[in-house]
Design a protein around this ligand. Structure first.
Ligand SMILES: C[S@@+](CC[C@H](N)C(=O)[O-])C[C@H]1O[C@@H](n2cnc3c(N)ncnc32)[C@H](O)[C@@H]1O
Length: 328
């Protein structure tokens, strides 16, 4: 099925892997019908596309950030009651979808943050705009980035910059942060970006990538416990899927992709044991079929129209028929 959607004009950024998302939905046995969950609504790009392409679907959309949710509400108003909005973390979907077990036709996760966050949120996601170091997606709960930068121990900082930022200079950067904050607390994006720039030897700066990029990514992931939310959702999502329904997850970070991949493997074996457990105790039948042996990546056409799609990896699975497994 070939789709040629009209993207609404005010939203410059096309949703990542949109052709592949539409194809996975249209080729399922459920087709473009029934209830869909958009777990990461953002500015509503994927949702708009799906609501236009499939007049038979309705959507329940989760979004953690109330500001971007307002943008999506305006954009998607024309679809009336076909879309319902929930301003909450997708990790809490079980508390909203209790009555929908086995009824969801499709589910989409498009992890990370949106260009809105870098360009318009005012919450310090980008090193290129001088703002206070906040980075909280919901804007109010938990510790912000300023707290982390100014209070974590040097080793904790180095570890998180290494793990979530995959930054080889993590120890030098953490040491530089700790030296600086003894003199002055680090409160702004530009203060942090400048400090990182100086901490990495100039000959190791990569052209076209600011040295602080990875540090900012690491802080954002830590501030919002992004991987914890994904882990919880990957444990829960299958309960809501109808047989034949498809779940699609788009990752931008190797750690996100690993969580999805591991969850798919376990569910394809039928295992619902806690991921920390070494041996499976539930011994269920296979519960999903994996549709993507390898992750799907953007093709040439998309790479040319959307540079953000470069690091996107999509995995998809299909719910098999069968009862609710034991062990839950
Ligand atoms: C990459 S954007 C999604 C873009 C969207 N698919 C589109 O086409 O416009 C990811 C969105 O998910 C939101 N988000 C991230 N983690 C979330 C979570 N745990 N629960 C709910 N929303 C989340 C972010 O605030 C962001 O708006």
């Amino acid at each position: 099925m070939r789709h040629n959607p009209e993207f609404s004009g005010d939203y410059a950024h096309r949703p990542v892997l949109w052709r592949e998302v539409l194809d996975f939905v249209s080729r399922s046995s459920i087709g473009g019908e029934g209830l869909m969950i958009d777990a990461t609504l953002g500015e509503g790009g994927h949702s708009e596309l799906l609501l236009v392409a499939f007049p038979g679907i309705s959507i329940i959309a989760f979004e953690r950030d109330p500001d971007i949710l307002d943008v999506a509400r305006v954009r998607l108003k024309k679809f009336g009651e076909r879309i319902q909005f929930i301003n909450d973390n997708f990790s809490r979907m079980a508390s909203y979808l209790a009555a929908k077990e086995g009824q969801v036709g499709h589910m989409l996760f498009d992890f990370g943050i949106s260009s809105f966050h870098y360009e318009k949120s005012g919450r310090g996601f980008a090193y290129s705009v001088d703002e206070r170091l906040d980075m909280r997606l919901d804007g109010f709960s938990g510790h912000d980035a300023e707290h982390i930068v100014n209070t974590y121990r040097e080793k904790e900082l180095a570890d998180l910059i290494y793990r979530y930022g995959e930054e080889r200079w993590s120890r030098r950067i953490a040491a530089a942060i700790c030296r600086e904050r003894e003199k002055n607390p680090i409160r702004t994006t530009s203060a942090l970006a400048e400090l990182v720039l100086k901490a990495i030897p100039a000959r190791f700066h990569v052209r076209n990538i600011h040295p602080a990029t990875r540090v900012f990514q690491a802080l954002r992931i830590e501030v919002n416990d992004e991987l914890g939310s994904i882990r919880t959702a990957m444990k829960d999502f299958w309960r809501f899927m109808a047989p034949g329904g498809r779940m699609i997850a788009i990752s931008f970070h190797s750690l996100e992709d690993r969580i999805v991949k591991d969850a798919f493997r376990r569910l394809a074996r039928g295992c619902v044991c806690d991921s920390e457990m070494k041996h499976c105790r539930c011994l269920n039948e296979p519960f999903i079929k994996i549709l993507t042996k390898k992750p799907v990546m953007a093709g040439m056409e998309e790479l040319q129209e959307n540079s953000r799609s470069r690091s996107a990896k999509m995995r998809a699975c299909e719910r098999l028929s069968g009862g609710v497994p034991s062990g839950i």
